[in-house]
Design a protein around this ligand. Structure first.
Ligand SMILES: *Cc1c(COP(=O)(O)O)cnc(C)c1O
Length: 370
């Protein structure tokens, strides 16, 4: 078997969820497992966390149905609600919760004939200007939902922050003030916090928190932000192995386009992992790679199936030696910063080609996830 793989540590996921509980002890927790649980495997992660969360959230009904088919019983919120009225019937039949973010969606709900009413979250646009009803219209929408027989129980009032990961809190504080002004007279259960707000804005925890990224052990804050370290444990280790080692003379180039040129005699290790496996193609020369646990700089362009690493400054390197691309000792955020991206994107675009393997204490008994 080709050694390129994503090792998944389920204990780390449970540890990170415990961190959410510790940070937001008075809130219910909705684990966000959209986009295949940020590339980790939605079914696997939902099963690992289901017993310890109050609900799950996904982007669309296809993702929710896949979780039901995988045997997940927890309530599942559709974060963007439905894209057509017939999806409301599926939601009612299957136990999904709806986000209502627009007049159009509320009209669909009001006009629906359902097998059972559905719990609804009313989304308010407090400043991100992406989804949600206006602050001025929020009370009217809320009353309409309360009066709608297809809406079950008391709707949750929700919003989303644009800048909760920024060092300057002003934007988020303004959104919180706006949200509080809307929520106070409605006496509604509330939800606002994504991972960054769970970590940085305790006053925005409210009744429900919605962690995604931090559950997978990554800090949403930049690596140079003092708030970066949060006692989170990465769930994924992207790992492969050296398959060739060669010595090259000063002046020789490495890889497509000859973008890396040896300034002195150099030893180059080839690792079998590339952009076809989810390693970012635009990672710069010098991006750290762990070879046998030691940091070495990427040397030359990332190929589809391979990368080349300058191992001149570490001890002997042989084919078969381990290469870690990100994980416990090499933060995903650092690789992302070296490739003009964010960890969220690197994780969610990990292709199916890369086998996801549940790590265990016994390497030979790791379980391959299909
Ligand atoms: C994706 C998403 C989240 C989770 O955000 P993280 O930064 O991954 O914690 C929370 N709420 C909404 C509405 C989302 O779309």
């Amino acid at each position: 078997m080709r050694p390129a793989k994503a090792l998944l540590d389920l204990d780390a996921a449970r540890h990170n969820l415990a961190r959410v509980r510790e940070l937001a002890p008075n809130s219910r927790v909705m684990a966000v497992v959209k986009a295949n649980a940020y590339g980790h495997g939605a079914s696997l992660m939902a099963h690992a966390l289901e017993s310890s969360v109050d609900a799950l959230a996904v982007a669309c009904i296809e993702e929710a149905l896949a979780l039901r088919e995988a045997g997940i019983r927890a309530p599942i919120l559709l974060l963007q609600g439905v894209f057509s009225p017939d999806e409301i019937n599926i939601a009612a039949d299957t136990g999904f919760w709806l986000t209502i973010h627009s007049e159009r969606q509320l009209c669909w709900l009001e006009g629906a004939r359902l097998s059972a009413p559905v719990p609804c979250w009313l989304k308010v646009d407090t400043g991100m200007h992406r989804l949600g009803v206006t602050p001025q219209a929020a009370a009217i929408f809320y009353q309409r939902l309360l009066a709608c027989p297809n809406s079950l129980g008391q709707p949750v009032l929700s919003t989303h922050f644009a800048c909760a990961d920024a060092t300057n809190p002003d934007n988020t504080l303004a959104q919180i003030t706006c949200f509080n002004t809307i929520a106070a007279p409605l006496n509604a259960p509330c939800s606002a916090a994504n991972s960054a707000a769970i970590l940085a804005f305790p006053q925005a925890h409210y009744d429900w928190v919605r962690p995604g990224y931090m559950l997978w052990g990554n800090s949403p804050f930049g690596i140079n932000n003092p708030a970066h370290h949060q006692n989170l444990r990465p769930v994924m280790t992207l790992q492969s192995a050296v398959t060739a080692v060669r010595d090259i003379a000063p002046g020789e180039a490495v890889g497509y386009g000859n973008t890396w040129i040896a300034t002195k005699a150099a030893r180059i290790a080839t690792v079998t992992i590339g952009y076809g496996d989810g390693y970012p193609r635009n990672a710069l020369n010098g991006t750290p790679v762990l070879i046998n646990g030691q940091r070495c700089p990427l040397a030359g362009r990332v190929s589809m199936d391979m990368i080349t690493v300058d191992v001149s400054d570490i001890g002997p390197v042989r084919p078969g030696d381990t290469a870690v691309l990100w994980g416990e000792s090499l933060p995903l955020a650092e690789v992302a910063a070296n490739s003009d991206s964010i960890g969220y994107e690197l994780l969610t675009r990990m292709p199916l080609r890369t086998p996801r393997i549940v790590a265990s204490d016994h390497p030979s008994s790791g379980q391959l996830i299909r």
